[in-house]
Design a protein around this ligand. Structure first.
Ligand code: COA
Length: 325
């Protein structure tokens, strides 16, 4: 039984923070940010929460797929920044949508989360446990960023992206044809966020600053350019495809230079790697479905094309998914 994406949706907070705004906050320049990352601006949630953005992205994905909330059987929200510990973001999205018959839960695999959620939904559907699912990546990362650390605060933006997936009918060639994912917990220290003080950890060194995101940027960079091509090649092997058989690569939008390096390693023309990083920055688990939504709505991805999704995140986590659109 196949599993295919039938609709996409995205949602961004209203407020836009430009590189020039950041120049007034930390010791940085528009030129440095553009050259080192490819980013010009990003959206920042002020009143928008993870479930709010996720529900809006889901409504658009449902509309795009021609489905109603009542038909949804599974909702998975990939997030690491939902504002309430309980209930999970997916249950709140279920309530906002009125998707009363859905199973709903969250996955936290940081920026790699969307691919982990998609893989999980694929297994649910392939096993016959359900027929369709809403998969959402949604983040308000601005909540956990240290706005005094120029090495991280210029990189991230907030937003949500969703896809509606369902089982395909016999003879339909569209759908997922190769998947690969993995985790490198041994490298957890290169990108982490303590988030909150827990029992026995109220020592003086635990202050608000070290509860926020900490990153060894160049180590994360090296990890991504080494690991993502390996992961993509595994998904290609499963799909029995070569790197150049893929029409469009939709990669996690962490850094333009990382994407260029991956394209070079795979020996694929950079033209096959569309980007929206300039406008939205790194939106973590939302980045792949947000870009996918842009490409779908603008007609840049068309039926029958071969598409590769791939990304990485804190954990470290990484994943890839090859599909026929
Ligand atoms: N503005 C100006 N200078 C900055 C800066 C900023 N926003 N951030 C860092 N710098 C400085 C550093 O302090 C350093 O200065 P020094 O040489 O005087 O010490 C210099 O720029 C170079 O720093 P470095 O970290 O080597 O730069 P880089 O080329 O590796 O680029 C990143 C930094 C963060 C853009 C890059 O490493 C990166 O994108 N890493 C991956 C991050 C990522 O993807 N995270 C999310 C994972 S999901």
């Amino acid at each position: 039984m196949g599993v295919a994406i039938r609709g996409t949706g995205g949602a961004l907070p209203e407020k836009i923070l430009t590189n020039f705004d950041l120049e007034k906050m930390v010791d940085t320049t528009d030129e440095w940010i553009r050259q080192r990352t490819g980013m010009k601006e990003r959206h920042i949630g002020e009143k928008e929460t993870v479930p709010y953005l996720a529900a809006n992205a889901c409504r658009r994905a449902l509309e795009n797929a021609g489905k109603t909330a009542e038909e949804v059987e599974l909702i998975i929200v990939a997030t690491c920044t939902t504002e309430m510990l309980l209930p999970c973001a997916a249950c709140r999205v279920q309530n906002m949508l009125g998707a009363k018959d859905a199973i709903a839960f969250d996955i936290n695999a940081a920026c790699g989360g969307f691919l982990f959620a998609l893989n999980t939904a694929h297994h649910y559907i392939a096993s016959g446990a359900c027929k369709n699912a809403l998969i959402v990546g949604a983040e308000v990362l601005s909540e956990i960023i240290d706005w005094t650390d120029r090495g991280t605060c210029v990189l991230f933006g907030d937003g949500a992206g969703a896809v509606f997936v369902e089982e395909t009918e016999d003879g339909d060639p569209s759908g997922i044809i190769g998947m690969s994912q993995g985790s490198s917990g041994m490298m957890g220290k290169i990108l982490y966020c303590r988030g909150r003080v827990v029992k026995g950890e109220t020592e003086p060194e635990i202050n608000s600053e070290n509860l926020l995101v900490h990153m060894q940027g160049s180590e994360v960079y090296k990890f991504a350019v080494r690991q993502v091509p390996v992961c993509i090649n595994k998904a290609l092997d499963m799909a029995k495809l070569e790197a150049n058989d893929i029409d469009i690569y939709v990669l996690h939008q962490a850094n333009k230079r990382i994407i260029e390096s991956i394209a070079k390693t795979l020996k694929v023309d950079i033209e096959k790697f569309p980007m929206n990083i300039e406008k939205v920055g790194n939106t973590s688990s939302a980045s792949i479905p947000l870009l996918l939504d842009e490409l779908n709505r603008s007609g840049q991805i068309v039926k029958g094309q071969k598409v590769m999704l791939s990304g990485f995140g804190a954990g470290m986590t990484f994943g890839a998914c090859a599909m026929v659109w």
